[in-house]
Design a protein around this ligand. Sequence first.
Ligand SMILES: Nc1ncnc2c1ncn2[C@@H]1O[C@H](COP(=O)(O)OP(=O)(O)OP(=O)(O)O)[C@@H](O)[C@H]1O
Ligand SMILES: [Mg+2]
Length: 254
Amino acid sequence: MEQEPVITNLQDDEKSTKMLSLVSHKLKTPLSIINGYSEAILSQSAKEKFSPFTAKALEEINKQGTKLCNLVDKLLFFNRVETLQAKDLAKKSINLKNLIKTSANDAISHDEETATVSAGSSVSKKGTFIEIDCPSNLEIQADEEMMAFLLEELLTNAIKFNNKAEKIIKVQCAHHGDSISISVRDYGAGIRPQDVNRIFERFYQVDDYFTGQIDGWGLGLPMVKKIVELHGGTISVISDRGLGSIFTVSLPVA
Ligand SMILES: Nc1ncnc2c1ncn2[C@@H]1O[C@H](COP(=O)(O)OP(=O)(O)OP(=O)(O)O)[C@@H](O)[C@H]1O
Ligand SMILES: [Mg+2]
């Protein structure tokens, strides 16, 4: 008798998690090879000998390959977060301001433009400015990898859904009794009331003339919500179409 694939013995949720993981891993190896070779060719000194068309084609292959690789990585991370439980968190004491600075640098450098400049309590790049208002001694008890992802995701969204020539993003933290709040404010596209409650659904993206074509899966915010909840916190959004958004995460003081 033919042996059933292992995936069919699982519950629906478990099946889709396994399937996503399998597909992502299968895509990862050929993609790494494509990217590795195109990078190697592009970095050779003989590059100048290529015709402008060949050089442009290679650059495009590399750019799209890298994009695809990032998409697959996000899918793999989604799978990890989906199966994560509160008991799996590697909680420790983290300096919040330093974590925000690192995440701001990462969000800015993953954006597709020029170099990053970091000074004092702000992180900026040509046209993008992240202002950080956080007491230097504020510590949170959290899983550092998950919290860094959460902050980078909120900041990446604030940069991505923003077509202003000058993108100003403000991160504000405060300690109120038994909780710590972190809010990320942007002055970008904003979200319509009918979409605000849906943006935490898996694969939901608001796709219209305002934000243009969107990169990504629509998986960032569902993961952010899950990470906040695993830490016993809450997340809320205030948004005005055309004026911008404020995402506020509230974490209990452990
Ligand atoms: N700061 C923001 N301003 C305006 N719209 C936003 C903002 N953050 C999220 N959104 C809307 O919510 C949708 C869902 O966000 P989410 O981060 O889950 O997905 P994504 O950024 O489109 O893709 P991914 O995070 O998987 O790369 C976005 O597609 C966008 O329409
Ligand atoms: Mg996102």
